[in-house]
Design a protein around this ligand. Structure first.
Ligand SMILES: Nc1ncnc2c1ncn2[C@@H]1O[C@H](COP(=O)(O)OP(=O)(O)O)[C@@H](O)[C@H]1O
Ligand SMILES: [Mg+2]
Length: 347
């Protein structure tokens, strides 16, 4: 039974009872008692009070509730549907409860994001500071007189240029990670030959590897092209970042090996192996966090943004692919990830 009916019923019973009692007392005073008048009064007053109270109540509750709905719809137009307006208090309470819970959840996520944002900005300025100060240092020294020495002029200009270059790729990485973490990046999925992509990356970093006398080896067990499905540019960046790391953290005269192997019917595994410095267990679980570096000072010399692996992880997550790492300190590291074979692939 609706709550409003119950309320109207009790009010009607009370009213008709008091009114009937009143009529009865008046009759007693006048000394004439008519049973049918008493019954009639009880009955009509019950009916009248019940209908009036019920009508007024529904009207009142309806008006109040539609106002609440209207107020809430202003805030969140999707949560409420106009034709669902009800005079039933229970439903309304439930709806408001649901609404409050949603809001609470929303506020909590916003709070988490806020801390994340603060932390991020702190990290960013920290990262930019070092190369910026370097550039400023060289330029100031030049202005202060070093520019009159042609040898120093060239040397310092080159160093300042290096600093600017470093700033540029930190900003590029920041831009990428911001896009990735905001979820605003859309994948441009296409079918492409992964072997070709790896070969191109090899050519790109050959010089870099040579400087440390690292051999880049492509484990080519299959001569045929391997067609995969994904965002070519992004996946190219994944492989680049992993190869750059393997060179950066690889030992002199070492090797970087890239392998492509069949995993399942629809997946392949790309593996990047090096015999470099390796990563200690305590750091292994954290290297994919943005700005995380094992050896802050050492890596700084190598000049990374600390975002490389965070970007790798994000891109692979966006592709719904898996990423694995195995590493032993002073022995080497293996980074591997899955890729989806192209559906049109004929093997
Ligand atoms: N192949 C690797 N061998 C050893 N350490 C690695 C390797 N790849 C990554 N690391 C460690 O993980 C950290 C995070 O890597 P990354 O996100 O690419 O940042 P960055 O290279 O800019 O320092 C590096 O600072 C390094 O300490
Ligand atoms: Mg890196």
């Amino acid at each position: 039974m609706k709550k409003s009916y119950k309320f109207a019923l009790i009010t009607a019973i009370l009213c008709s009872f008091t009114q009937t009692l009143l009529v009865f007392i008046i009759m007693l005073i006048y000394g004439e008692i008519y049973a049918h008048v008493i019954l009639g009064t009880a009955f009509t007053s019950f009916l009248l009070v019940f209908s009036i109270v019920q009508y007024r109540l529904e009207h009142l509750i309806y008006r109040r509730i539609s106002k609440i709905y209207d107020d809430l719809t202003l805030l969140e137009s999707t949560s409420f549907v106009k034709n669902q307006i009800t005079t039933d208090m229970a439903t309304l309470t439930e709806e408001i409860d649901k609404y409050a819970k949603n809001k609470k959840l929303e506020i909590e996520t916003l709070k988490v994001r806020e801390t994340y944002r603060k932390e991020f900005i702190g990290n960013v300025s920290h990262e930019l500071k070092t190369p910026l100060f370097t550039v400023q240092g060289y330029i100031s020294t030049l202005i202060d007189g070093a520019m009159n020495d042609p040898e120093l002029l060239m040397k310092y200009l080159k160093r300042a240029d290096k600093g600017v270059e470093r700033l540029t790729y930190i900003v590029k990485d920041l831009d990428m990670i911001t896009q990735l973490e905001a979820g605003s990046m859309t994948l441009e999925v296409e079918v492409f030959n992964i072997i070709e992509v790896i070969q191109n990356i090899f050519e790109l970093y050959e010089m870099k590897a040579k400087r440390k006398n690292i051999s880049l080896i492509f484990e080519k067990s299959h001569k045929l092209p391997v067609f995969v499905q994904g965002d070519k540019d992004r996946l190219q960046q994944v492989i680049s970042n992993l190869i750059i790391n393997s060179i950066k953290y690889g030992s002199l005269n070492g090797t970087t090996e890239v392998g492509v192997e069949n995993l399942t019917n629809n997946k392949i595994l790309i593996r990047i192996t090096d015999n470099g410095e390796g990563i200690d267990k305590i750091h292994l679980s954290r290297i994919f966090e943005r700005f995380y570096r094992v050896d802050k000072s050492g890596s700084r010399k190598e000049g990374g943004s600390g975002l490389g692996l965070a970007i790798v992880k994000h891109i692979l997550e966006a592709h719904n692919e898996k990423l694995y790492v195995e590493s032993v300190l002073n022995i080497g590291s293996v980074f591997s990830f899955t890729l989806s074979k192209a559906l049109t692939d004929t093997q």
